[in-house]
Design a binder for this molecule. Sequence first.
Ligand code: DON
Length: 580
Amino acid sequence: MNFSARCFLLLALVLSPAAWSAEATAALATRPDGAVIASGHELATKAGLEILAQGGNAFDAAVAVSSTLAVVEPISSGLGGGGFFLLHDARTGKDVMLDARETAPESATAAQFLDRNGELDRDRSVNGPWSAGIPGLPAALAQLASQHGKLPLKASLAPAIRVARDGFPVYARMAAGYASRREVMERYPGTREVYLRNGKPIAEGDILRQPELAHTLQLLAEKGFDGFYRGETARKLLKGVKQAGGRWSADELAGYTVKTREPITFNYRDWKITTASPPSSGGIALASMLQILQGWDLKSLDEAHRTHLVVEAMRRAYRDRTFFLGDPDFVHIPQEVLTSLDYAKGLRSTIHPEKATPSDLLSGQPTPLEDDETTHFSIIDAEGNRVGGTQTVNLLYGSGLIPAGTGVLLNNEMDDFALKPGTPNAFGVMGYAANAPQKGKRMLSSMTPTFMENADKVIVIGTPGGSRIITMVLLGILGYDDGLSAQQVAALPRYHHQWLPDEISAETGAFSADVVKQLQAMGHRIDLPGDSASGGRGSSHVWGNLQTVEWDRRSNTLSGGSDPRNPVGSAEVQFNQPAN
Ligand code: DON
């Protein structure tokens, strides 16, 4: 009997949080009684549910969610970008990470990004054709369907094609994002063709139709990889990049490959954590932070002391990120050492229980903050398959360049490379040789789709947020370990430290005045929202957009948590039709 015969949709279900409880059973359930999806846009969540109802599995649903996000969240991700997809196959018990990170075109050498004075040319690194890497997302969609899904790519892409063709209402964040990127976007005819109506930019509430993108998706649906990387779409992409002054070759488009990588795994207390491996920095940093932290009973500590220790773990992991991490196909990463318990124990021994370690005492150079675009979705299906997908075009609306006739907004991921050693990028992040650009290399990322499992629970978690992604996932893991629900985890207040600048940044309300005082007394500098002395950088930022799902095997309950900071996100449970 196929899945659709067994299931029916209860679409009137809870929006956010989503929850459904079966009667508690003494034994652990071996399969969920349904499926759950959380994503940054309700149309994407619904697209995934629609595909499950047609008999698809979590991987087919991931194609539907990812491609629909690519249509409705151009501020965050799209066919012109890339991402990481963490997959759990319930049948084999295997976990893999599909690495669909963009690659550097041959023409985009470090020298191309320097101006006459040898300084980083910021316009080139974040705007237009030079800022774009060769996209990976379309190849990931094709691979998800052909190697993991049950349905043809055509079926799983149908919802995205429909939304691109028929349109969707522009939401506030999208319109505001356009306003802030308008000057760059309107440089390019292909972008103007999508975003201007009689010379006026899109506004909140307008219906945005993207017929060119629908056509590009249709070609992908019909021809798979070749429908994007060869033939009509490839020709248009190459032409658009060339007309805008850049240089890609047909060979590097046709030669793009998704890499199937082994995820990072480690234990934190009774949890098995499975997470993103390089070229993401997330998994290694998480392993380091959590293995440092498991030396203490965090639950027994007051908030100030707990925060102090968490911050000290963050500081040390981000120092290592700066120097050691990059594309594992190009640089040697001492992964075994960095993720080992012994290394974490060594770092732990350098932490004073009452005093902040000045970051200057840990050798190296500064790495300030990244911003908060990108998008994440989490899925568990009725067979127990899981997907955590984090995908991006990097900054708001990526490079701003849509090659005419494609509807595909290209990423500006080249800025995630250390284009000039030791010079900060758009987010103030810097790096060195390990993350220098090179033909075909993948730029270092912070995207961290993650699974957590213990005897009772199975969880998928992830978020956007640039370099803060990793610490948001860390706080989410600690929240689950404290016994919070999926929705509580999505709503948790957030704080962050990344070695340099040597300060804790925090969301409004993350700490009480008393905790701030105690942390300051331990020697921490805190970037408080609205505090002019500290720059108040925390105040204007939305910190991420966390989407998480949970299967409690003891009660056989599915639940989802969708970040309340994003009003258009949604988590929904779809459950099996009870047997007659
Ligand atoms: O891969 C990365 O780490 C970044 N390109 C992600 C960017 C992100 O989360 C958006 N932040 N503005």
